[in-house]
Design a protein. Structure first.
Length: 312
């Protein structure tokens, strides 16, 4: 019986999201191909990247294994992709967005951070924003490079863009914010995010307060005043419930198995040759690097303290 491995966080902070994605994968299996043996491995650990690599090694040494669904975090895919690619095993990463991910057997179902930068720039231009301040955290792996992408994408849409790292505690913000019509924070929301949003809205009640997916936290949304919430938007590659991504990842794998048989190389070739596929995530193709061609990007608003999909 052909075997498919799943490597997702099932415990820890990301456990609820990983379990939702796993349930989606299980539903796809029940619907499309119940004769496949599913092996589920928890990718949560103190060193989650090392755990992802260990899970990948377990998959590639199983002679019956033909594909792997995972991993969840981009850093985990960075660790597992070389292992899976080296063994010629198809890997479908449902939600990883880091632009630098690569692998000869890797398939990615969500647009990367570069696509997100373009989506933010398009929204700004469409809402008449001409002056943007990009504020990024100090993370060399996310905040700094993605902040740079966002600034470049906005400039390509003829916006006047300034960029700087996030302010230190008690560092004045007014001079930097003055004249901006929108502020985009690129990074991960920490304990200071509530105060940052409050202070920025106090400086200018008309300022758009935007954030990338690392800022789209329910606890932050709950703390925003009605006025700040009305001017807040978060941009995220996710644009459907997490279970949809697990469902489509498994559905793509199962379709590849149906056409590729029990040969890992053939299964990978079939999957990466996907063109104009209709799915629960919408229609997409995969480019020569296994990346989705879909540019559709999610956007969240805050209504009554809750994150909701923004349709405006």
């Amino acid at each position: 019986m052909p075997r498919v491995y799943v490597s997702l966080p099932l415990t820890g902070p990301s456990g609820p999201l990983g379990r939702e994605m796993l349930r989606g994968a299980e539903l796809a299996l029940e619907r499309h191909h119940p004769a496949v043996d599913l092996v589920v491995l928890d990718a949560a650990a103190e060193d989650r990247d090392a755990q992802a690599a260990a899970n990948a090694r377990a998959a590639v040494t199983d002679a019956a294994a033909l594909a792997d669904v995972g991993d969840f975090h981009s850093s985990q895919v960075l660790a597992s992709a070389p292992v899976l690619s080296g063994a010629g095993m198809l890997q479908v990463a449902p939600v990883a967005t880091f632009t630098g991910l690569s692998g000869s057997t890797l398939v990615r179902l969500t647009p990367d951070d570069q696509a997100g930068a373009r989506a933010i720039a398009d929204w700004l231009a469409g809402h008449g924003v001409g002056r943007l301040l990009v504020v990024h955290d100090h993370d060399d792996g996310y905040g700094i490079p993605v902040g740079r992408m966002c600034a470049e994408a906005a400039r390509a849409r003829n916006l006047d863009v300034r960029a700087r790292p996030v302010w230190d505690h008690d560092e004045p913000m007014a001079d930097d914010v003055r004249g901006a019509q929108a502020l985009l924070y690129v990074g991960v929301a920490g304990s200071g995010a509530i105060g940052l949003w409050r202070d920025l809205h106090a400086l200018d009640a008309d300022l758009w307060l935007l954030g990338t997916d690392g800022v789209a936290a329910p606890w932050l949304a709950r703390e925003l005043s009605a006025g700040a919430a009305a001017r807040t938007r978060f941009f995220t590659a996710q644009r459907a419930p997490w279970g949809f991504y697990g469902f489509e990842a498994m559905a793509l794998v199962l379709d590849a198995l149906a056409r590729g048989g029990d040969d890992r190389a053939r299964v990978t070739h079939v999957a990466r040759a996907t063109r104009d596929r209709d799915s629960v995530l919408g229609r997409y193709s995969l480019d020569e690097h296994g990346r989705t061609t879909s540019a559709a990007y999610g956007r969240l608003a805050v209504v009554h303290g809750e994150l909701v999909w923004d349709r405006t």
